[in-house]
Design a protein around this ligand. Structure first.
Ligand SMILES: [Zn+2]
Length: 198
């Protein structure tokens, strides 16, 4: 199997962030079929595929009821914390969990680790990854944090602008976050552009 220097990172496409979830991202489910196209593309080229997930304890300072800013969401091992049922993650997907520490507000996938407690950073470095393609939910929170961290850590970052959606607590929050990510050094791409490129 050819080793690729590229990885697809899918951020927090979980039931609680979909319509009807505890912390819904409007139209968050619209990105699922697009992400599935990226997954097929990546799997066909032996890219590393990573899916991050919020995986909170019952009690965490992240939640409003314990002093945080968010309603209760993505409590580990609950249906709300499961990936969207239509997201076609291959068996070899590396699952990175974050938000387990009740005292930390972990948003970036780079705060996450796999089941062997290997950090995302180490997973990528060990796999020889240089370029990361990032999409998912929500654009102005966990996608933004993940993208900025990836740029800071020296990865070339492609932002999947057709596979992100924002909460938009204030209108255009997601748009502003997208501009910020691009200014910071991420490059925009779409699945159409990617498929045409080779
Ligand atoms: Zn959370």
């Amino acid at each position: 199997m050819n080793k690729s220097t590229q990885a697809l990172i899918i951020v927090d496409v979980q039931n609680d962030f979909g319509p009807g979830g505890a912390l819904p991202v409007p139209s968050g489910d619209e990105i699922v079929p697009v992400l599935n196209q990226y997954i097929r593309y990546a799997a066909g080229r032996h890219w590393l595929i990573v899916a991050s997930r919020d995986w909170h304890p019952e009690k965490t300072h992240h939640f409003r009821e314990f002093g945080g800013q968010w309603p209760r969401h993505c409590v580990h091992d609950t249906p709300g914390a499961c990936f969207h049922p239509q997201l076609a993650l291959p068996a070899e997907t590396v699952i990175v969990s974050k938000g387990m520490n009740p005292d930390l507000d972990s948003c970036s996938a780079f705060h996450g680790m796999d089941e062997r407690r290997t950090s995302l950073q180490d997973i990528l470095v060990r796999a020889g990854v240089k370029i990361v393609y990032v999409g998912g939910l929500a654009a102005e929170y966990c996608v933004r944090a993940t993208v900025l961290d990836a740029v800071e850590r020296g990865f070339a970052v492609k932002l999947l602008v057709d596979a992100i959606r924002g909460v938009n607590r204030k209108p255009a929050d997601a748009e502003a976050a997208q501009r910020e990510m691009l200014r910071y050094g991420a490059q925009a791409t779409t699945v159409t552009e990617l498929s045409a490129s080779r």
